[in-house]
Write a protein that binds this ligand. Structure first.
Ligand code: IVH
Length: 682
C-alpha cells in the first residue's frame, strides 16, 4: 500500500485539475481564454510535478492524461447503439430547394421550415460515450454500425473533455453519446508534411488523410504529437433530456464542455441557408481548416423523429457540397514543354475532368525528380488538385488502380523542339535545352516580352507569336518593332485592319518604364519585383550593364544567383545586340519615372563625412536613381543629412536647423540596401 498522501497535497492537485479543466473549456469551447498560454503551461507543469512526486494522485481524468497510452496490438470494435448514418448530397441550389420541398411533403405542410445550417467539416467522424459525466469510450464511425475503439487516441485531443462540465446545466445525462468530426488544421498539416518529407516518409495527400492517419495509430503517443481538433455536431443516445430543437441541443452540448463550431447558423429559412452557403464558400479558403460543404438540418427534433431515416441517411438533413478541388482521372500521356529559359517541363495530359468547376486536362509535373518521387507513370490513375488560380497538379498516384501496362517516363536527351542536346546541371532539378536559338525558347521569350507586366502589346497573342516565329519573321523580340503591316496582314487569321491595330499597339508600347523594360528582357530570376528593385537602384541601362556581380548583391533582394544571372545576361553578345536593336527601333526607356515613383522621390539629401560602403559619387548616384536629389549645402529645404566618419560643419548646421540626421545604416535602409555585414569579431 502506498503511503496516504497529505490531504493538503490532494487538495492542491484537485484545485489544479479543476482550474485546468476550466481553462481548457474557456479556451476550446468558449474561445475566450482568461489566462495566457504560458500561465496555462505553468499550471500544467505544476500538476505534472505533483503527480510525478505522488503517483497515488494519478487519475485517468487528469488533464495531464493527454500524452497517449501504451501501444495496442489491434483496435477492438464496438457496435454503435444508434447507427452513424451518412448524409445525402446536393450539388446545386435546385437540389437544395428540392430537398426543402421533400421535407414539406413529408411533414404535410406548406409553411416555411426552420433549419440549422453548419459547415461540413472535412475530417473523420467519431462518437464519444460518456457515462455519468465521464468519458468511457471513443470510436470511429466505421461502417456506421460498428466502429473501432480509439479511446486512447481521442483522449489526446485537447478539446475532448474527460469530464462533463456542470456549471451551466447541472443535470448530467447518465448516458451521452456525442458525435463530432476530428480534423487537423491546414497549417499543422503543412508542417507535418514538411517534417515527413524531411524524414523520407510519404506526405499525406490532404488534411483529412492526415487526421485519419493520426487517429488510427495503435500507438496513441504518436497521436498525441499531432495537434488534432474536434467540433461536435450531434448525438446518438442522450438520456434525461428531451430537447425541442437541434440548436438547443447544440447549446446544451456547448454548456457541457463540447466544442461547437462558432460558424453554425441557427434557425434559418432555406433561402437564408442558400445565402449562407455562398458566404461559407467565400470564406472557405481563409478558414484554418478544410470544409467541403454545408450541412442543412431540420431544426425541430420532433420533426426529425417524424421523418426518420433510410438505411443510408436521415431524411431531415442534406449536405450541400462544394465543388471538389481534387478529383481522380487517368494520366494519358506526358508531354515535355520548353520554357523561356530552356527549362524542360514535363506536363501531364489528363483525361478531362471537372475539378472545382473547371475542366482540367493538363497539369504540371514540375520536373524529373518530382515524377520519380511520386512514381508517376503514363496510364496511371492519378489524384489531381486545383487550388485557387494556381496551375493544377498531380497530388499522387492511385496505386491500387494499376494494371501493369503503365509506362515509366524518361526525360528526353534531346530538346523535343530543336533537337539539340539537353543538360542537367549538378544540384539542379531542371533539365535545360542550351540552344538559345531554340524556337520554343524564342517564342516564350517573345510572349514574355509582350506580356502585361512587360511591353503589354495588345493583340500579340500566343498563336500569333507561334506563327511569326514559325514562319521566320521573328528571331528575337528585338525584331518585333521592325515588322511591317504588310507582313502582318498576310498572316493567318489576320487582315489589314488587325495588322494596322497591332502595328499601332507596337508603336505605343515603345515608351516604357525602366522597370518594365528590365523585366521584359527576360533575364533569368529577374521577375517584376527584382526588376523594380534594380530600376530604383540603377540610374540607367548603361550602369546596370557594367555593374559587377558583387555590387549587384548589395541590393536588398538580390542574391548571388540573381547577380550572376544578370551579369551573364549582359555578357552575351546576342542580348547586347537585341538591346541595341530595340533602342535603334525607337524604344524609349522612361528613366524619369523613378523621379516620381522612386523610393526617395522628391527628397533632398546632403552628404557629410566618409561613408564605409560607398564612394561619394556612388552615394549621389544611388540617391538620384531612387528619385532623390543631392544638395551641396544644408538648408531648410534639406530633408536628410547623411553622416559618415569625421563629418564636417554640415552636421552642426543640420542640428541648428533641426534637419533629420541619419547614419549610413539608415541610409542603406532607405535605399533598399541590406545593412552592411558587421566586421568579423565586431
Ligand atoms: S451530421 C446523420 N454535421 O459528414 C447525420 N455531419 O457525409 C450525421 N460531417 O459522417 C451527420 N460535418 O462525418 C453532420 N456539421 C456536420 C458535419 C458532418 C461533417 C460529416 C460526418 C458524416 C458525414 C456525412
Amino acid at each position: 500500500m502506498p503511503d496516504p498522501v497529505d490531504p493538503a497535497i490532494v487538495k492542491k492537485a484537485e484545485e489544479l485539475r479543476s482550474a485546468l479543466h476550466r481553462h481548457n473549456y474557456r479556451y476550446y469551447v468558449l474561445d475566450d481564454p482568461e489566462i495566457s498560454d504560458a500561465e496555462y503551461d505553468r499550471l500544467m507543469q505544476a500538476l505534472i510535478k505533483l503527480e510525478r512526486d505522488y503517483p497515488a494522485l494519478v487519475s485517468p481524468d487528469s488533464p495531464t492524461a493527454r500524452v497517449g497510452a501504451p501501444p495496442l496490438a489491434k483496435f477492438d470494435t464496438i457496435a454503435h447503439t444508434l447507427p452513424m448514418l451518412s448524409l445525402d448530397n446536393g450539388f446545386s441550389d435546385a437540389d437544395i430547394l428540392e430537398f426543402d420541398n421533400r421535407v414539406k411533403r413529408f411533414l404535410k405542410t406548406q409553411e416555411e421550415i426552420i433549419y440549422t445550417a453548419e459547415p461540413k467539416m472535412d475530417g473523420v467522424a467519431v462518437e464519444l460515450v460518456y457515462e455519468n459525466g465521464r468519458l468511457i469510450t471513443g470510436a470511429t464511425r466505421g461502417d456506421g454500425r460498428t466502429g473501432e475503439v480509439i479511446t486512447a487516441n481521442l483522449r489526446t485531443i485537447a478539446s475532448v473533455p474527460f469530464l462533463i462540465q456542470t456549471d451551466y446545466l447541472p443535470t448530467i445525462p447518465s448516458r451521452l453519446e456525442v458525435r463530432g468530426e476530428v480534423f487537423i488544421g491546414i497549417e499543422v498539416f503543412q508542417q507535418l508534411n514538411q517534417e515527413r518529407v524531411e524524414q523520407n516518409l510519404p506526405p499525406f495527400a490532404n488534411p483529412r488523410n492526415a487526421a485519419a492517419g493520426s487517429l488510427r495509430q495503435l500507438d496513441s503517443k504518436i497521436t498525441a504529437q499531432r495537434p488534432l481538433e474536434i467540433f461536435f455536431y450531434g448525438v446518438g443516445i442522450i438520456t434525461d433530456y428531451a430537447f425541442h430543437t437541434h440548436w438547443a441541443l447544440l447549446q446544451a452540448l456547448k454548456g457541457w464542455g463540447f466544442r461547437i463550431n462558432p460558424l453554425i447558423r441557427p434557425q434559418i429559412t432555406i433561402r437564408q441557408a442558400l445565402e449562407y452557403y455562398r458566404a461559407l464558400m467565400a470564406m472557405r479558403h481563409s478558414l484554418s481548416y478544410d470544409i467541403d460543404g454545408m450541412v442543412i438540418k431540420v431544426d425541430s427534433l420532433p420533426r426529425q423523429r417524424q421523418m426518420g431515416a433510410t438505411t443510408r441517411s436521415p431524411r431531415w438533413a442534406i449536405a450541400y457540397k462544394f465543388q471538389a478541388l481534387q478529383e481522380t482521372t487517368v494520366l494519358e500521356n506526358i508531354e515535355v514543354q520548353v520554357g523561356r529559359t530552356g527549362v524542360l517541363t514535363p506536363v501531364a495530359c489528363l483525361r478531362p475532368v471537372q475539378v472545382g468547376g473547371v475542366v482540367v486536362s493538363r497539369a504540371t509535373l514540375h520536373n524529373e525528380d518530382e515524377i520519380a518521387k511520386k512514381d508517376i507513370r503514363i496510364g496511371d490513375t492519378v489524384l489531381v488538385q486545383r487550388a485557387g488560380d494556381v496551375i493544377p497538379e498531380v497530388v499522387k498516384v492511385v496505386v491500387s488502380g494499376r494494371v501493369g501496362t503503365e509506362m515509366q517516363f524518361k526525360m528526353p536527351s534531346n530538346c523535343p523542339v530543336c533537337g539539340s542536346s539537353v543538360v542537367r546541371l549538378e544540384g539542379e532539378a531542371a533539365t535545360r535545352c542550351i540552344n538559345s536559338r531554340c524556337s520554343a525558347q524564342i517564342k516564350e521569350r517573345i510572349k514574355h516580352f509582350a506580356s502585361k507586366g512587360a511591353f503589354d502589346i495588345d493583340g500579340l497573342g500566343d498563336k500569333l507569336v507561334d506563327q511569326l516565329v514559325g514562319r521566320g519573321f521573328l528571331r528575337s523580340y528585338a525584331d518585333l518593332f521592325d515588322l511591317d503591316e504588310q507582313t502582318l496582314a498576310g498572316l493567318e487569321r489576320m487582315g489589314p485592319k488587325s495588322a494596322a491595330n497591332l502595328k499601332k499597339a507596337l508603336e505605343s508600347s515603345k515608351s516604357i518604364s525602366w522597370a518594365r523594360f528590365l523585366y521584359a528582357l527576360g533575364i533569368r530570376h529577374v521577375g517584376e519585383h527584382v526588376a523594380a528593385l534594380l530600376a530604383s537602384c540603377f540610374q540607367n541601362l548603361e550602369e546596370l550593364m557594367h555593374c559587377p556581380a558583387a555590387e549587384l548583391e548589395a541590393v536588398e533582394g538580390v542574391g548571388p544567383v540573381v547577380a550572376e544571372s544578370i551579369v551573364n545576361f549582359f555578357n552575351q553578345e546576342s542580348n547586347r545586340q537585341a538591346i541595341k536593336q530595340l533602342l535603334a527601333g525607337g524604344v524609349q526607356i522612361e528613366l524619369e519615372a523613378s523621379k516620381k515613383t522612386g523610393r526617395l522621390a522628391g527628397k533632398v539629401f546632403v552628404l557629410t563625412g566618409t561613408l564605409q560602403g560607398f564612394t561619394r559619387r556612388q552615394a549621389q548616384e544611388m540617391i538620384a536613381a531612387a528619385g532623390g536629389k543631392v544638395g551641396g549645402a544644408v538648408s531648410r529645404n534639406t530633408d536628410f543629412v547623411v553622416v559618415g566618419d569625421s563629418p564636417g560643419s554640415k552636421l552642426d548646421r543640420a542640428r541648428n536647423l533641426g534637419v533629420e540626421i541619419i547614419d549610413e545604416t539608415m541610409f542603406r535602409e532607405m535605399l533598399g540596401l541590406r545593412p552592411e555585414l558587421p566586421e568579423k569579431g565586431g
